[in-house]
Design a protein. Structure first.
Lengths: 227, 230, 294
């Protein structure tokens, strides 16, 4: 009996291997992320102080748009040759597939973010005035918030018409609290005002992540086996 | 609704379907299918496009739930509960194009809790392919791809095999070899269902032919002499 | 209900007219805002009606998800009952322990906790009794659609009111933002229903409704924290309300509820009939022999 973590890990490994082998997908995604940053930079040209106030919002909106393109991509692979059917007839649990996809997406989106952040820093002349280490939990929790719901809704959109547009339509309203939290937390940390703290936001993000991870795990099997 | 039994009164039915109905909106793919199937037999399922063959097979595999009616497969009402006991193969290859045959099988073996590379290699060899072949499946010929797909369906040594159009676009030689292999497996105790348009390939090997039309089973014959009446 | 419809229709027309009269003529002129404030009697009842409809949709969605399986159905029933009991206990505890009582938001009585829990439980079981699985899904569609309409009214009347009074069309305060997000979620719900094929639409839509229900409190809370960090004047005012205004408000809400009920009933009937027709057509195609040329 294969333990679920085993299946999750194997599926994740398989996804990473497949992603690595079809590098065109990664390359076009990276280029898209770059373009998003450049376009935003052309649209806003603030001075250093202004940029600290708005960069948080810009960065997270850019991440959101780049993620949507990536999220649609990872499920598309399971539709080719109807491979998803092979998973469905196997005894492997649905949640292992979900976790593997979500973690894979998380890694992928983190790579995108790692590319986009330095560009933002350069274009907006950003300097962190607050406790910079706090940006790490914000980034991790915020990315997971987008990815966990994104993976779930991307799976849901597989069975709808206009698949590519369904994902952002479903995802954006649900991620609004996470977006507010990440933007506020990032701005607070960048501005470094000693009277404000990003801690509330980090706690709220963590709550959001826990709630929706549980909801996704509870409902994924239903979505997977819907015809 | 037809309910035809062939003359094998002693053998126990391992699959029984009762009045299966499947409707996709207004289109009725299955209109009341009732039948029993016994073990260690090779059944050919024949009929025109739209007869309901694929829907029936997918229902046996648990990929489609019936609108009405029930099915019992290997003692269970829900195919998903006994999914270890059957293997499913469809016309799309159900394989990842970018990985080699061995890598594909290794992954799917994990889904069944098997971590035996030797077994994967043996199965690949048994369908007449080279386990060492590093070429990605996407570059295989159609015949090789179908055989690799069959290998995947055999991974968990299933008691029941559900094969949907395994010979389509496959060269005659490979197809004949596959049929021979299926015959061996049937002799070894497996129950095999083959949906195909190329009934002649199964002539002589299949135990029984099941003729479907318009979502129903219209006849069951031991050979191909049945000509469909309008 | 069919027979009662015309009577209820006339009653609703009477209530709405009376409500209009009360709102425009009888209600006292607001001190600071003037006559513009009267839009309040349409803005607030629309909001309450929309929230009620979305709440029913949430219950219907949960029921659709749990009632397909007898085990989860039983678990859900007991969970709801437990929730109601816990809320009642919570009420008693909050009333007795002074620290907890102080921690409650301003204006909330401890009994509100218990009442909320009990009302949720009653709504759950009433819906469960009168709607079977198919009907529950039809109920979900109905309440979502009519709810979106009323929510749109809220989002339009809000800025219309805010602009003359506070000088701005919109602000990101707790109530407005939460209402907007709720509207967005339910519009996406309706789009999902339209774009997915009929087999699994109810299940996926129900899942989305559950996600939405988890989301809205988080939105409310996040904006609340945001506002404590970046305070701004609250649109729509808080605090107490003149009892004469309250009377007009409640009268209009009654009228709106009657109207919402009529619309929902019509939409629900339409949905049920549509499904019956589809099923009859499907049955017909099942029985008729298929022609050779397809």
């Amino acid at each position: 009996m294969s333990a679920p973590p085993g299946v999750t890990f194997e599926t994740l490994k398989k996804d990473i291997r497949l992603e690595w082998r079809s590098k065109d997908a990664i390359n076009s995604m990276l280029f898209f992320a770059l373009l998003v940053v450049v376009v935003f930079s052309f649209s806003f040209d603030p001075n250093a102080e202004e940029s600290r106030l708005i960069a948080g919002g810009l960065i997270w909106v850019a991440f959101l748009f780049a993620s949507v393109v990536a999220l649609n991509q990872t499920w598309a692979r399971e539709l080719r040759n109807q491979v998803l059917d092979a998973y469905r007839v196997s005894p492997a649990p649905a949640n292992s597939l979900f976790l593997a996809k979500a973690v894979g997406n998380f890694i992928f989106v983190t790579v995108l973010e790692a590319l986009m952040v330095p560009l933002f820093v350069v274009f907006y002349k950003l300097r962190v005035l607050g406790p910079g280490w706090q940006l790490v939990p914000v980034a991790v929790l915020g990315t997971w918030a987008i990815v966990v719901n994104g993976t779930f809704f991307a799976a849901m959109s597989l069975r709808t018409r206009s698949r590519e547009i369904m994902l952002p339509l479903l995802l954006f309203p649900i991620t609004i609290p996470a977006l507010i939290s990440t933007v506020e937390a990032t701005t607070t940390i960048l501005v470094g005002d000693p009277t404000t703290s990003a801690k509330f936001w980090i706690v709220l993000l963590a709550t959001y992540d826990v709630m929706f991870t549980i909801a996704c795990l509870a409902l994924f099997e239903t979505v997977l086996h819907a015809e | 609704m037809n309910h035809l039994e062939t003359a094998q009164p002693q053998a126990e039915a391992i699959i029984t379907v009762t009045n299966l109905v499947k409707q996709f909106g207004r289109f009725a793919a299955l209109r009341g299918v009732s039948a029993s199937f016994t073990s260690a037999r090779l059944y050919g399922i024949l009929g025109d496009n739209g007869a309901g063959k694929t829907t029936l097979l997918r229902m046996l595999a648990g990929l489609v739930t019936p609108t009405r009616g029930s099915l019992t497969i290997l003692g269970s009402n829900d195919p998903r509960k006994i999914c270890r006991e059957f293997g499913y193969m469809a016309h799309p290859s159900l394989l990842y194009d970018e990985m080699s045959g061995m890598e594909n099988l290794r992954y799917f073996a994990h889904l069944y809790g098997l971590q035996d590379d030797k077994r994967c290699a043996e199965i690949i060899a048994s369908v007449g392919l080279d386990p060492e072949l590093a070429r990605p499946v996407g570059q295989y010929s159609q015949g090789m791809r179908q055989r690799m797909s069959l290998a995947r369906a055999l991974l968990n040594d299933p008691k029941v095999l559900l094969l949907d159009e395994p010979f389509s676009n496959v060269d005659i030689r490979s197809a004949r070899e596959m049929v021979k292999l299926l015959g061996h497996m049937r002799d070894g105790g497996k129950t095999i269902f083959v949906v195909t348009h190329q009934a002649s390939l199964l002539d002589g090997t299949a135990n029984e032919f099941i003729w479907m039309d318009s979502g129903q089973i219209i006849n069951r014959t031991p050979d191909l002499k049945f000509m469909e009446t309008a | 209900m069919r027979k009662a419809f015309p009577i209820l229709g006339i009653l609703t027309a009477i209530f709405l007219s009376y409500g209009l009269y009360l709102a425009m003529v009888v209600a006292p002129r607001e001190q600071t805002m003037g006559d513009v404030q009267r839009i309040f009697y349409y803005h607030v009842p629309s909001a309450w009606t929309a929230f009620l409809l979305f709440f029913i949709n949430f219950i219907a969605s949960i029921q659709y998800l749990v009632r397909r399986n007898p085990v989860s159905d039983k678990v859900a029933n007991w969970t709801i009952i437990t929730l109601a009991v816990v809320c009642c206990i919570g009420s008693v505890v909050a009333a007795v322990v002074p620290d907890l009582k102080a921690a409650l938001p301003q204006g909330t009585e401890p009994s509100a906790i218990g009442t909320t829990g009990v009302i949720i439980a009653i709504a759950y079981f009433v819906i469960r009794k009168y709607f079977n699985l198919e009907a529950v899904d039809a109920l979900a569609v109905t309440t979502a659609e009519v709810g979106v309409v009323f929510c749109t009214v809220v989002l339009v009347t809000g800025p219309l009111w805010a602009r003359p009074v506070w000088g701005i069309w919109w602000t990101w305060d707790v109530r407005l933002t939460s209402t907007l997000v709720l509207w967005l979620i339910y519009v996406s719900y309706l789009i999902l229903r339209r774009f997915s094929s009929s087999g699994q639409t109810p299940v996926m839509a129900a899942a989305l409704a559950v996600f939405g229900a988890l989301d809205v409190p988080l939105v409310y809370f996040s904006i609340w924290i945001f506002r404590t960090q970046h305070p701004q004047p609250v649109i729509g005012g808080g605090g107490s309300i003149d009892p004469r205004m309250m009377h007009v408000l409640l009268m209009n809400w009654l009228a709106f509820l009657c109207f919402a009920y009529l619309v929902c009933w019509s939409r629900y009937r339409l949905e049920i009939i549509k499904r019956e027709v589809e099923e009859a057509q499907a049955l017909e195609s099942l029985l008729e022999p298929r022609s050779v040329a397809r």
